[in-house]
Write a protein that binds this ligand. Structure first.
Ligand code: SAH
Length: 251
């Protein structure tokens, strides 16, 4: 009798360590967590995701010093991913608040996060914050049972992003002065496969000229209601709306 899946833990395997859909090799922290922390052993079953949309149901075959070999029992493609590709460009805000945006928007299905530099955003927090956010994305992907590891882009100035934004199908700037509610707009954009770019400002908000620049580059200015939300609240609730709009029906 094969052992059941232990509360379906998820581990990350780099695509190079998936061998012709027969076996996977966990390494480093993933291997350590699997055998030393969770004390998994031969015969145990769990999931391995490669960050590129593949989820593998695997059975532990052999644990070595710092690798774990598992054979693949079954595989699925993007079982929990959204049907559209969402990018959030979030102006740099206090680090722990940005941490929250990264974790919650990863859970909600965002595929790319672009830390945005605007006139009122906080300074670029530097490389080790960047790596910290990547680690948060990795753990949030596994926790939420996603198979896609979101991309974290370099800090990008707003003007540069706006100038190079015409490959997106839908471009939205969330602005507290907008009087156009999201649902007034989303009812006619629910097409799967769309590339959506969402802009959310810093604690001090977008300047009027930043807002004008975005609108002049076909960004649609939408409201999240009459209350003034913190940037992280605006980002998480906005991505939450799109997450539900783009959850494939056949889940
Ligand atoms: N400048 C505002 C606060 C900015 S809130 C003020 O002090 O009055 C930070 C960001 O969250 C804004 O730039 C905007 O992108 C978003 N946001 C906050 N509340 C919002 C709302 N009601 N509608 C749309 N976006 C909102």
């Amino acid at each position: 009798m094969k052992s059941p899946i232990h509360n379906d833990q998820y581990f990350y395997v780099i695509p190079e360590d998936v061998n012709n859909r027969q076996s996977v090799i966990l390494r480093g922290e993933e291997a350590f967590h699997c055998t030393k922390v969770l004390r998994k052993k031969a015969g145990d079953r769990f999931f391995a995701v490669d960050g590129s949309g593949n989820e593998y149901l695997v059975e532990l075959e052999e644990a070595h010093k710092d690798t774990v070999t598992c054979h693949i029992l079954d595989s699925k493609t993007r079982p929990t991913e959204l049907s559209s590709d969402i990018t959030l460009a979030q102006a740099l805000i206090k680090n722990d608040h940005f941490d929250l945006v990264v974790e919650k928007c990863t859970e909600l299905g965002v595929n790319t996060i672009i830390p945005l530099e605007t006139e009122r955003s906080l300074a670029d927090p530097g490389k080790n914050k960047f790596h910290r956010w990547q680690k948060i994305m990795l753990s949030s992907m596994k926790q939420s049972r996603r198979s896609v590891l979101p991309r974290l882009n370099e800090v990008t100035p707003l003007d540069e992003l706006v100038e190079k934004s015409n490959h997106y199908d839908v471009k939205i700037i969330f602005h507290e002065k907008s009087d156009r509610p999201v649902f007034d707009f989303t009812k006619n954009i629910i097409m799967s496969g769309t590339k959506i770019l969402v802009l959310v400002g810093p604690e001090g908000g977008f300047t009027e000229s930043e807002h004008r620049t975005a609108v002049s580059h076909d960004f649609i200015s939408l409201s999240l209601g009459r209350r003034r939300l913190r940037a992280e609240t605006a980002a998480i609730s906005a991505i939450g709306i799109f997450s539900n709009l783009y959850t494939p029906q056949n889940t």
